[in-house]
Design a binder for this molecule. Structure first.
Ligand SMILES: [Zn+2]
Length: 203
């Protein structure tokens, strides 16, 4: 939905695993809003500096200018009151305050487009996306391609050992997996590769 009657705000969420095109879809919607001459502001958390400090960039190199914030609360303090469309990327790194901030933005008549991971490396719902889904008018779930079997993938597979919920990384550290191929936590094959040469018994 690109146009809303009057000054009604709303919340739309784009969620899914890594490599599923969330940022690309966010950028596509923001570009269309800019073409429609809406005033647009885009925010991303300070944590995510993988590609660029003042732009959001998709894995396919689509990019759009953005403001880096330390967390959800800072969005309200740096927001231009004239802004009509608010884009938020990597929402799962914005903190629990994001739900309330998005509610306030939508209640004040702004179109809010939020993109983020809906599950963590254990396959658990990743706050605050689940609450945002309940608050949103529009939900889009993007699927990736399972890098193991080629089926549609909804999971983010971590390929290195860590108990930390948030470890920022990209290709090589994570891959998309389907329900059947997903291994909660760290992929066991990283520890026990098939390719390891077997020692001859006896002899
Ligand atoms: Zn699979």
């Amino acid at each position: 939905m690109d146009f809303l009657a009057g000054n009604m705000g709303w919340i739309e969420v784009v969620c899914g695993p890594m490599f599923s095109g969330k940022s690309e879809e966010l950028i596509r919607r923001l570009r269309r809003a800019i073409i429609a001459r809406r005033r647009v502001q885009v925010f991303k958390p300070v944590l995510d500096d993988r590609y660029s400090k003042d732009e959001i960039v998709s894995h396919s190199e689509q990019r759009i200018a953005s403001t880096v914030v330390s967390g959800a609360a800072e969005i309200l303090s740096v927001l231009d009151w004239r802004t009509q469309v608010v884009g938020i990327d990597e929402a799962n790194f914005m903190g629990p305050g994001l739900v309330d901030v998005c509610g306030q933005l939508a209640d004040s008549g702004k179109r809010v487009i939020v993109a983020g991971l809906d599950t963590d490396y254990m396959g658990r719902p990743f706050p605050p996306i689940p609450d945002l889904l309940a608050m949103a008018e529009s939900i889009t779930k993007t699927l990736a391609i399972c890098m193991r079997c080629g089926n549609p993938a909804k999971q983010t597979q971590r390929l290195f050992a860590s108990e930390d919920l948030i470890v920022v990384g990209a290709a090589g550290m994570y891959e998309a997996r389907c329900r059947a191929c997903f291994e909660a936590g760290t992929s066991k094959q990283e520890y026990f590769p098939f390719a390891r040469p077997q020692r001859q018994e006896g002899g």
